[in-house]
Structure formats: C-alpha cells, structure tokens
Design a protein around this ligand. Structure first.
Ligand code: DGL
Length: 274
C-alpha cells in the first residue's frame, strides 16, 4: 500500500517477502543490499513456525495464505524466502499469482553446480524440504553430482531463540556436519534461510576448504535478474520503505529480528492469516 492507503501495482509497488519466521530476514538483508531502491513488505509466519517438521500439504496451505495476504497488499512480485515453503508451494504460487514469483531452491542449486570442483555437494535443510526432494529435482540434470542431504531441525530452534554460538550449538553442528565431512563435499548449500545466521559455526566445523552457498544471496541475485527482465526494477536512487509483518508477537519479532539483523527492522505489525 502507498502512504495514501491506496493499493499500488506496477513498478512502483512493493515486493512481498515471505518466510515461516526470522530466516527470511537473511534474504531480506541480501535483497536490500542488491535492490536498495525497492520497497519491501516482509511477512514472517512466526506463530506457526517452524515449518520444517510439518507435512508438505500443511506447509503449502500456510505458505499460500501468507502469499495471498501479501498479494492483497498490491505487491509487484513475491519472494518465497523459505526453502520449505518454496519446495511445497512454488508450483501453486506461480499458477495462482499474476506477478513474478521468486524462490530459493533453484538459484542455490545452480550456484553450487557452478562452483563445486569435486562434484560433491551437500545440502543442509529442514525435514519438509528433504521430503519434498526439491534439491534432488534441482540437481537431476547434473547426474555426475553426488548430493548429500542432511536434515538439521535444531538449527532453526537455535536461530529462533537468537543463539548463534556456544558449546551446545557447536556439539549439534559437529553431529549434523559429520555426513558432509564423510562425503568430502567441497560445496555446501545452506538450504534453509535460517542457516546463514549460523555460517560462523558451520565454517568453523568444516574449515575454509568448503564453499558455503547461501540461498539468501543467490535468491536476491535471482530477484534482481527477474525484476530486470520484467522491467520492474526500480533503479532511481530513493529512500525505500520496508514494512515488517508477523503472525506472532510484534515486540518479540522486533527484538529477535534486531538482535539478528540490526537496524533493518523498525516497525513491526501483527497480522492474522486465514
Ligand atoms: N526458513 C525456512 C526454510 O528456509 C524454514 C524454517 C522452519 O522450519 O520454519 O526452510
């Protein structure tokens, strides 16, 4: 919506960004860096997070409710800033909405394919993303690549609590990353948008020889190219507006969000989805 309360469409409209909670803020950070003149409306479904342990059908339903809400606000494009939601709802979203829908899985897989030297790639993700086999599908064309998928449920819990270090997290990271070490993957996709906030501990455990591919950064690159091709990129320098919506407690969202990502988050409003 514009300052006058009218719903905007076309190039001047905002971009809607959706995630189950705080993880999509890592995508927001990359989006703001790469598309500084765009207005954004971020919606985190924190009241129903985590999505990872949920069934694919339930994640799809919740994600479409969130995306419907953003569409109702008149956005010009949607970014599904969540691997679990991208895996469950991308096809439906692209059929349902008359705006470009950008997601996280394919851009990350494409980048990993371009940078791996030994053709051994690891993917850290939620159970929901692993069950959808979205990364297996994304790598189906590259039959010579050995893919190691590791589900990391506790990582999301740590991030949602604002914890990014300490002995307990380190022990959990050692356990989760053992399979990636065994497989000798030289490239690791952080296939959940919460995980870039844990790249410190992940690279501490794996050492400098492993490329970490953040689905946040590659998603922002994909947004840039999609908007440019569609003639929807705002490139005139301007002061952009960023709104934050949550289905949970606005005060908590602002507190944890600011702890994780600093001053990017200002006002937060609670909304209901149905
Ligand atoms: N950030 C989400 C993702 O990329 C999932 C976190 C959750 O389990 O809600 O998959």
């Amino acid at each position: 919506m514009g300052a006058d309360g009218a719903v905007r469409t076309g190039i001047d409209a905002a971009i809607g960004v959706f995630d189950s909670g705080f993880g999509g803020l890592t995508v927001m950070r990359s989006l703001v860096e790469q598309l500084p003149n765009e207005d954004f409306i971020y919606l985190g479904d924190t009241a129903r997070a985590p999505y990872g342990p949920r069934s694919i059908a339930e994640v799809r339903k919740f994600a479409l409710q969130g995306l419907d809400h953003l569409m109702d606000r008149g956005v010009k494009a949607l970014v599904i800033a969540c691997n679990s939601a991208s895996s469950a709802a991308l096809r439906d979203a692209r059929e349902r909405y008359p705006v470009p829908v950008i997601e996280v899985v394919l851009p990350a897989a494409t980048h990993a394919l371009a940078v791996t030297r030994n053709r051994r790639v690891g993917v850290l993700c939620t159970a929901s993303t692993a069950n959808s086999r979205s990364y297996d599908d994304a790598f189906a064309v590259a039959t010579e690549v050995a893919l190691t998928t590791q589900v990391c449920p506790r990582f999301v819990e740590f991030v949602e609590e604002g914890i990014t270090g300490g002995p307990e997290l380190l022990a959990v990271a050692e356990e989760y990353l053992a399979s990636v070490k065994r497989a000798q993957s030289d490239t690791l996709i952080l296939g959940c948008t919460h995980y870039p906030l844990l790249s410190g501990v992940i690279s501490y455990v794996l050492g400098p020889g492993v490329n970490l591919v953040s689905s946040a950064e590659t998603c922002a690159q994909s947004a840039y190219s999609t908007l440019t091709k569609a003639g929807l990129l705002r490139y005139e320098p301007r002061e952009a507006v960023r709104e934050f919506l949550t289905t949970g407690d606005a005060h908590d969202f602002r507190g944890i969000g600011r702890r994780l990502l600093g001053g990017l988050i200002t006002d937060v409003t609670t909304v209901a989805l149905a």
